[in-house]
Design a protein around this ligand. Sequence first.
Ligand code: MSP
Length: 493
Amino acid sequence: MYHKIINMSSKNKFYISTPIYYANAAPHIGSTYTTVAADVLARYHKLLGDKVFFLTGTDEHGDKIARSAAKAGKSPQAFVDEQAANFLEAWEKMNIGYDNFLRTTDPKHKLAAQKALEYLYSNGYIYKGEYRGLYCVGCEQYKTEKDLVDGQCPDHGVKPEEMLEECYMFKLSAFADDLKNKIEKDELRILPAERKNEVLGFLRTEKLEDIACSRKNVKWGIALPWDSEHTTYVWIEAFLNYLTGLGWDGDPKSAPEMWPPQIQLMAKDILRVHATIWPALLLALGLPIPETLFIHGYFLVDGQKMSKSLGNVIAPEDLINKYGADATRYLLMSATVFGRDGDIGWTKFDEKYNADLANGLGNLVARTSNLLEKNEIEIELKAGGDQDLISKFNSEIANYHFDEALRVLWQKLREMDEYISEQAPWKIKDKAATLPILKTVAQNILNVVVLLQPFMPATAEKIIKQFSEKRIKKGEALFPRIGDAKVDKRAGN
Ligand code: MSP
């Protein structure tokens, strides 16, 4: 088979994670974007022959979840069970090949988190204190005055609650210099560069304070093993998922084999905590820190922030229902530069789907296979592909330029489209004379599709199978054009 022809017999370890998503909301196009990108990278590294582990999951404890459960009239556990099932279903539909889906209510995660906290407490990294602050329930975070806009949390549009409580504190301040150094030297690499600068700017101008790591009045959480009146602050606990998701039992002396992560993906909303609390926790535990944090951007819909009140939310299942999983993956990954905000919208998606998938890949495969079948041509395509194409593609992926990597492939498809149109093999009477033309096109399609596997796994597999036969036959239409009423299943269309 051709599946492995980008195999460069690399045998590296590749541990990749997404954030664990709050189990109080349905999968969002933003969490879908992170998860699809992680899936593309994980599949790509599997094709290279790397030892890959891809972790995702749900963040199920804390005040915010408990309040959402109460609002829904459900027990917190029943509520998160339902929510987690929604994520699992969405990722299955999106063809996400994670190696583990970690739920923080998993008893093994709880036990390991307690063991780790116990270690931090007995080694003096956690101490008893008191915290007064402005707490935003939406963010599950204390806010400084500086974070607020007109006294309100800019992300949630609500005034944070003033709180004073006895709590345990984590000695974050002790790691300020170490963190700054490690980020400066790229020992903790933060990408893109502007995000690294943003974090360094913050670390250089603001004093890193110790943070509250427990809550006394939040029952829905993991109890501190030495003081059961307190539960762990959800953010501290959540970070440990990246370790417990590998089966870690909480013992700092035995890191899992796949530790540390080669890359952790997220959007800018949670960069600061991932660049401070998270590596500080690891330093306190004496464990290696992640190699790279990659911060991608947000989607705007037709120039506006996506929000329920504007009624412009694009849900992942709407995309899948309209375009199918592979096309959705393609549309998301090609929509914008990974790392920058990007503008999306139904019109843009429809146009891109028709241009690149229906008229592009789909039509080229159909034309070529149809002629091969009609002219009864027998060919054998070779594995190994096109080194130039492979190296261009690889270098874009190495820089996380997913949209560019896809452009490299589509450029090749366009060349083949032009070539076949120029040669017009359908006009050639002598069937045998069409062989070299069709073989060239078929070989190039195969070269492209092999590289496309991480992005569009089901489509690529179909075409690879089709083009692995000596006698290639015309298959079913891969991407019916959008615009035909029968194709457009989205409500309201
Ligand atoms: N539970 C925490 C993360 C803990 S990780 C130890 C959390 N959850 S979240 O559900 O709010 O997910 C945040 C992440 O979801 C973002 O960092 C990003 O990966 C993705 N996105 C959710 N909405 C998004 C957008 N509107 N745009 C882009 N991505 C966003 O924070």
